[in-house]
Design a protein around this ligand. Structure first.
Ligand code: PEP
Ligand code: MG
Length: 851
């Protein structure tokens, strides 16, 4: 007996009920009751009660109805723990029958009574008796005749008279709603939204406020902010002579809430009720500590609040709402920080396809760099640059991009590649420069000579046709879609400032150019964690020199060419140092295989032969000689530093001279030099010896003493395993998790995109390991590496600088293992800063509650 009373509870201010047992709606209604809002009488059924009903035990309708007057009509609404998990639709007007109809014809009027009865008959038939909706197709209007027809249709189809007893109706409604929740498809649907397999459903049974009849009657929704921006704006609609919220969306007869030149409004019609509603909404905001939407009904001039739900919001609105609540002292800054999903910030940082726009999807790939842009298709970097020169937006479409495409990528509004994964060239550069990018769209067919793109269903797009790249969702859309602009507003800035107060791990940016560095500064990065210097050699004037250097036979010749590259490198670094104003800048020495700088087509080879004044055959032979079966595991990174030391020496000289110059009229620069692809201690020793000599030379020639730090990029499994000996010569170790993932899995980062989605679907991998750090396998190497390095060199600085750096999961990992910083694409810096703050706050809260 005791148990029953607990599972069926009248919602009163003091009733003992939690959202975990009765669902969010029931709990919210109790809060509204506590605020003394005019909530109609409500009874809540617990998850347990509803589960019993679903398993065949009839609902205790006597107890439920005992809380209502015998003449009340009632409705039943779902109350799951989270509103996002859905639930069966509400059923209104339970209790309608011939007798009530007759009474309501007198009190509300014949029209209103007919609508109430008719809508109940229809809802009951379809949702409870599970009859086909089309049995009512022939019925026109909502009058008495229509009602008669509907009752007849029910009788014919169900072979029984429409149930007349309120308790019988309610029993069936409750049973049908309870069973619907336990169905397989409903379960799968809510599990996809994060519900546990055993998530329960509560139900609330509420006295009806009709919204129909004599005097001012109707239903509406009201909230105090815009769902799109979060800006204060009374938003919603009201519809006279209506029930429920369904009719309000886009309904011609729905009127405005506030006075509006375009038409009638609730404010003009019933100003006192409007004012009351505004006051109630404000009260709810303060006491429920959230922006709420009110569902209300007016019955003959009398206001009822039926429900309150958390205002639906897009990412920019979520940030603004959280900040405004904190600024108004309603929630703390910590709570505001916890209320914004870090990943959703990318919607504030980039333009997005308007979520309300109809989408014509041509193909899908990997969402490699967020944001969206439209433009005319071009298939070469040259065409992209020509397009930019004409001020025409273009989308660069390539099989995959290489460093030679950098200028084209800068010129394009977005990039689409047929191949590649989350750490492929296009993806890394796209994220670095904030360029929307979809990679690995392997369902498209590119014909580069005809300049066409063919989709899976045979649709052909020519150069010049307009497409939209949605890098946030990994979709390519036909034509130009409507966009919403980035929202780097004051709310975003406040959130970021607060985040920095709580975050306890530093966040640097991967930045290769002055523009990247400026973006990093704008997002308050704590320095540059990775400057990939090879990108600096692809500028047209430098490329020729690089090629000359590659073709030089002797060290002296190489040095002579490198001497001409030196001032260019120096000026690159001066710019970076000046922008970063004394913050740490970690410069990675040259990394890629040299043949990436050589032409592969006949025309390019001829041009090179001209420039070098060599026969074509000689040039071709040298290029062939340099080819490798596995270039990413070949002569690159430190292996070049050891075998062709002149390149690193030139870079070190440029770095030191730039540091001296930038320090002269600015903050002191202590450059960090990072050696890539190390796998053995001896490699570090050799490079360190050379760099120390260069430093000594520069100190002597300049007469300036300067400091620098030399460190190692740990991106081979061996370097992680041997971190103890490598750390002895290193001021810092930075884990390059892109290559480390590639080598740990033995999985090409450029080709994995071809089958990754199938691997994830079949749950071989929980997630694409190039996207989300594999904390088990790769993570074990990071942990081992960090532990061993610290044993040998307790002060060694440890970080992650692969593309994973900005992900909340990687930040959690890095914090847990005491890393000093993470470094990520500039546009991910805010996401990383917020994620870091959230982790610190959550940890503190857990610690305090354990005390
Ligand atoms: C890495 O390998 O993780 C890295 C940051 O370097 P890159 O992506 O340039 O190979
Ligand atoms: Mg690497």
């Amino acid at each position: 007996m005791q148990q029953k009373q607990l599972d069926i509870t009248l919602v009163t201010p003091t009733a003992s009920m939690s959202a975990e047992a009765y669902g969010g709606r029931a709990k919210c209604l109790q809060r509204l009751v506590r605020l003394d809002l005019p909530v109609p009488q409500t009874v809540a059924l617990s998850f347990k009660a509803v589960h019993e009903i679903a398993s065949g035990i009839p609902a205790d309708v006597t107890t439920i109805l005992g809380h209502f007057d015998h003449s009340d009509l009632i409705c039943v609404r779902p109350s799951s723990q989270s509103p996002d998990w859905g639930g069966p639709g509400a059923v209104l007007n339970i209790g309608m029958n011939k007798a009530r109809y007759a009474v309501l014809c007198d009190t509300l009027g014949a029209d209103a009574a007919a609508i109430l009865y008719l809508s109940f008959v229809q809802a009951y038939s379809i949702h409870v008796a599970r009859l086909d909706a089309d049995i009512f197709d022939h019925i026109k209007g909502q009058d008495h005749a229509a009602l008669e027809q509907a009752l007849r249709a029910y009788e014919e189809e169900a072979e029984e008279v429409f149930p007349q007893e309120r308790d019988a109706q309610l029993t069936q409604v409750l049973a049908s709603m309870a069973r619907a929740w336990e169905g397989t498809s409903a379960r799968l649907l809510r599990q996809a939204k994060g519900a546990s397999s055993g998530a329960g459903l509560g139900l609330v049974v509420q006295q009806m406020a009709f919204g129909l009849g004599q005097g001012e009657c109707g239903s509406g929704l009201l909230q105090l902010v815009s769902s799109a921006t979060g800006q204060p704006q009374v938003t919603g609609r009201y519809k006279r002579q209506s029930q429920g919220r369904e009719g309000l969306n886009g309904d011609q007869e729905a009127i405005f809430l506030t006075s509006d030149l375009r038409g009638a409004s609730l404010q003009q019609a019933v100003p006192e009720i409007f004012e009351t509603l505004i006051e109630q909404a404000k009260l709810m905001r303060i006491r429920l500590r959230e922006e709420m939407q009110i569902e209300f009904t007016i019955q003959d001039g009398q206001l009822y609040v039926l429900d309150g739900v958390r205002v639906q919001r897009r990412a920019p609105a979520a940030a603004r709402i959280a900040v405004a609540l904190a600024e108004d002292g309603i929630i703390t800054k910590k709570e505001a920080l916890l209320r914004v999903d870090p990943r959703s910030l990318s919607e504030l940082l980039h333009r997005q396809v308007d979520p309300d726009a109809a989408r014509v999807v041509l193909c899908e790939g990997m969402a490699a760099s967020p944001g969206a842009a439209a433009g005319k298709i071009v298939f070469t970097s040259e065409a992209a640059q020509a397009s930019a020169a004409r001020n025409e937006a273009c989308v660069l479409v390539r099989r995959e991009t290489s460093p030679e495409d950098i200028r084209g990528m800068h010129a394009a509004s977005a990039v689409l590649t047929e191949r590649g994964g989350m750490t492929s060239h296009a993806a890394v550069i796209g994220r670095g420069i904030g360029l929307p990018c979809v990679v690995g769209a392997n369902e498209i067919l590119l014909n580069l000579s005809d300049k066409t793109l063919t989709t899976r269903n045979g649709q052909v797009f020519q150069e010049g046709d307009v497409i939209t790249v949605d890098g946030t969702n990994g979709q390519i859309l036909a034509g130009q879609h409507a966009m919403i602009e980035a929202a780097l507003n004051d709310a975003f800035q406040s959130l970021m400032t607060w985040a920095d107060k709580y975050s306890d791990i530093r966040v640097r940016a991967n930045a290769d150019t002055p523009a990247d560095a400026q973006t990093a500064r704008n997002f308050n990065a704590h320095g540059i964690g990775l400057c990939r210097t090879e990108h600096m050699f692809f500028e047209a004037d430098r490329l020729t020199l690089m090629r000359e250097m590659i073709f030089a036979d002797e060290s002296d010749e190489r040095r002579a060419v490198l001497d001409r590259l030196l001032p260019m490198q120096r000026s690159d670094f001066i710019k970076l140092f000046k922008i970063m104003q004394g913050m740490p800048v970690c410069i990675r020495l040259f990394d890629p295989p040299l043949h990436e700088f050589l032409p592969s087509d006949r025309a390019g080879i001829r041009k090179l032969a001209d420039a070098l004044d060599l026969p074509i055959s000689h040039v071709s032979r040298r290029i062939e000689d340099m080819a490798e079966y596995n270039p990413m595991l070949g002569l690159r990174g430190v292996r070049l530093g050891v075998t062709v030391p002149e390149i690193y020496e030139m870079q070190a000289q440029a770095i030191f001279e730039a540091a001296i110059e930038a320090s002269q009229d600015g903050d002191l620069v202590v450059p960090e030099i990072m050696i890539p692809l190390v796998s053995a201690k001896r490699e570090v020793e050799l490079v360190k010896g050379n760099i120390d000599s260069v430093a000594a030379r520069v100190r002597t020639s300049s007469g300036v003493n300067f400091a620098f730090k030399l460190g190692v990029m740990v991106e081979t499994p061996r370097a992680a395993l041997r971190a103890n000996e490598i750390a002895q010569h290193s001021a810092f170790l930075s884990f390059g998790t892109n290559d480390l993932t590639q080598m740990t899995y033995g999985l090409s980062r450029d080709d994995a995109g071809r089958f990754m989605s199938r691997y994830v679907q079949k749950q071989v991998f929980f997630e694409d390991p190039f996207h989300v750090l594999d904390t088990d396998g790769v993570g074990e190497l990071l942990q081992l590496g960090a532990e061993r390095a610290r044993k040998a060199h307790p002060d060694v600085t440890i970080s992650i600088c692969g593309e994973h750096g900005g992900n909340p999961e990687s930040i959690a990992f890095s914090r847990a293992h005491g890393f000093d910083y993470v470094s990520c694409s500039p546009f991910r810096v805010p996401i990383a800063r917020l994620a870091a703050a959230q982790l610190a706050i959550q940890e503190e809260t857990a610690y305090l509650s354990a005390q």
